[in-house]
Design a protein. Structure first.
Length: 281
């Protein structure tokens, strides 16, 4: 696990640091040690605000939230996490995360180390899958926001998986850039964010926990599900319909002209307004 060679690592972390050099508000970086490794968390926003934990999608880092933290940080103390086992400043050099129980224990331990008795939780894509599982199991989530969640309410689009296959079998930055441009249908992606996602392709990931499917019916907290209208990852209509059918206390929204990977940065003002309104409750 890790980057295939020093040049790949240097290229990635140069881009990573450039992304955080453009972070719109002051931040504090913490590396929290656990039996699974060290987890990088970036803290920013209102020191007295409601805690908000942000989980990125697979292959992404906490830098993906750059367009959201200024607006959300007015009312919240933000904790933006680099997922353990993914490219980023988190280092999975301890016990391996073998299954869902380990993954949930890692996140619960993170809440402990951050001193979060209660927090709002927001995840994108795979990060939403993790967030939903955690909210079902934990009593420490106040409100839950899921951004175009994958493998939670509906199946993957087979065409999406087929298009992603070459990138997964023989990952490299060029294939990742091409895939992201296809999936976002030409939507303007921040250049630094696109390059960071592309360079993350050279990182050999740890085992990705993908099962079992979470049970949304067990949620006991207010939940916001935001679909991306142009998402090619799944059928957004089915996603929203299933969320409405299964989640006891749910609000659903669909962002027009936004693809799966373009959330949360593309048309961020619309998403920030949705999140701020929901999290204010």
């Amino acid at each position: 696990m890790g980057f295939r060679n020093p040049a790949d690592a240097e290229g990635f972390f140069t881009t990573y640091d450039a992304a955080f050099a453009r972070w719109p508000i002051p931040l504090e970086a913490r590396d929290l040690r656990s039996s699974w490794g060290a987890t990088r968390v970036h803290l920013c926003g209102n020191p007295g605000g409601t805690p908000l934990v942000l989980l990125p999608g697979g292959g992404a880092t906490s830098a993906i939230w750059a367009a959201n933290v200024e607006a959300l940080g007015e009312t919240h103390r933000i904790h933006a996490v680099d997922l353990l086992g993914e490219a980023g400043r988190s280092v999975a050099d301890g016990e391996p995360v073998r299954d869902l129980d380990d993954l949930m224990s890692w996140l619960e331990d993170l809440f402990d180390q951050l001193g979060l008795e209660s927090a709002d939780l927001c995840g994108h894509s795979y990060g939403a899958w993790i967030a939903l599982h955690h909210a079902v199991r934990s009593t420490r989530v106040r409100r839950l926001a899921l951004l175009d969640p994958t493998a939670c309410f509906t199946k993957w689009n087979p065409r999406y998986l087929l298009r992603a296959l070459p990138m997964l079998l023989r990952p490299n930055p060029r294939r990742t850039r091409d895939f992201l441009r296809w999936e976002t249908a030409g939507a303007e992606l921040d250049t630094t964010q696109l390059e960071l996602l592309a360079r993350a392709a050279t990182f050999q990931r740890a085992k990705v926990i993908t099962g079992p499917k979470p049970d949304p019916a067990r949620l006991a907290v207010p939940t916001l599900v935001v679909g991306a209208a142009a998402s090619k990852a799944h059928d957004v209509g089915r996603l929203i319909a299933e969320a409405r059918r299964t989640v006891p206390d749910v609000r659903t929204e669909v962002l027009a002209d936004v693809g799966h990977h373009a959330i949360p940065g593309h048309h961020a003002d619309r998403l920030n307004t949705l999140l701020a309104d929901f999290l204010a409750g």
